[in-house]
Design a protein around this ligand. Structure first.
Ligand code: SF4
Length: 350
């Protein structure tokens, strides 16, 4: 017998509309379609809402790494787990601005900045505001992920020019306590509500392959799709088990289930940028190609451009070129430079 599903309403009444648009059973029914039928439906919806078919590139930087007091079971940065992550202090403003400039030169339009921790303290928070103002002044879209936010913090980030805030639901409500004990599902929904209320766009998704059932994957997607409005960006991560974390030995998920999850996400949140996030490279080219076909249209690109190793970025360039996929900024530049051949530009940007 299937277990009862609880929808978690937000404490902020403007965030979640109670009668849900996408009940779990309807999402589960999508998951259970024959693969080719699911892919066809996802493609139809994807083409209707993104006729240009481009892929958004976002560059990611870690402002502060490790020493996190939360106990997220998948994360190498938690003090509760025995991993080889060395905690680092917050990057200086100059370092972040230099990295943002480099990302912009490499074609990124969005600069995503993450910091470990449960929530920002007052001293760090002032620095984050300075960073947002500085990165925004370079003409980049800004995104931050800093953990739980208070209402006034969300408002100040908005005033500083923050475009997006990332805060994931991670997994289904019914699986959540197997993964995290130091904050509740409702805490997450409350932060999302404050971000929305402040007028910042929402980036919110989850991680699959953490030992959850298909029904629980459907629960997660249902929670996301029933946010009102649903997130503008939905990162779908595939667990990369990290030694020393409680999930290090979790049974690997069938990669086609990841593709199905992308397709279902595309169908129920038709206007969102669906991002293939962590675990993408481990899936290989063929599965990534199927994910693009299923409606993924955003990737993290060139994380390693900010350090020394360009190999992953080179693989990304090769894959996008092989699939003939345009990038989001290349579409915009082409509009400004109509004589430019699409492929030439794709190569120059990527
Ligand atoms: S809050 Fe973030 S940094 Fe901390 S353990 Fe969870 S995922 Fe890792």
């Amino acid at each position: 017998m299937s277990q009862p599903i609880t929808f978690y309403p937000s404490a902020t009444p403007t965030t979640v509309s109670p009668p849900e648009t996408w009940p779990v059973k309807d999402i589960l029914a999508l998951y259970e379609l024959p693969f080719h039928e699911l892919m066809f439906r996802a493609q139809e919806i994807h083409r209707a809402h993104f006729p240009e078919g481009d892929v958004e590139l976002a560059t990611l930087i870690s402002l502060k790494t490790g020493a996190c007091t939360e106990d997220c079971g998948y994360c190498s940065q938690s003090i509760h787990h025995n991993t080889d992550v060395t905690p680092s202090k917050m990057l200086s403003l100059d370092t972040v601005v230099a990295a943002a400039r480099k990302a912009r030169e490499n074609g990124a339009t969005r600069f995503c900045m993450g910091a470990s921790g449960r929530s920002p303290n007052d001293r760090d928070f002032e620095k984050y505001l300075q960073i947002v103002r500085a990165v925004k002044s370079l003409g980049l879209e800004t995104c931050m992920t800093l953990g739980m936010l208070k209402e006034e913090q969300a408002e100040k980030l908005k005033e500083a020019g923050l475009d997006y805030y990332n805060h994931n639901l991670d997994t289904a409500p019914s699986h959540y306590t197997h993964i995290i004990s130091t904050r509740t599902y409702q805490d997450r929904l409350d932060t999302l509500g404050r971000v929305r209320k402040a007028g910042i766009k929402v980036c919110c998704g989850g991680i699959i392959g953490m030992g959850e059932s298909r029904q629980q994957r459907a629960e997660l997607i249902s929670q996301l799709a029933n946010l009102n409005p649903y997130p503008e960006a939905v990162p779908i991560n595939h667990l990369v088990p990290i030694e020393g974390t409680p999930l290090q030995d979790v049974k690997p998920l069938d990669p086609l289930e990841f593709v199905r999850t992308i397709a279902v996400t595309r169908i129920v949140m038709p206007e969102a940028r669906v991002r293939m996030s962590a675990g993408r490279h481990e899936l290989g080219e063929a599965i990534q190609a199927l994910c693009f076909l299923a409606g993924a249209n955003s990737i993290f690109y060139g994380e390693k451009l900010l350090t020394t190793d360009n190999s992953e970025a080179n693989e990304d360039r090769a894959l996008l070129a092989k699939l003939g996929l345009k990038t989001h900024e290349s579409t915009e530049v082409k509009a400004r430079m109509p004589g430019l051949e699409e492929h030439d530009h794709a190569h120059s940007v990527l």
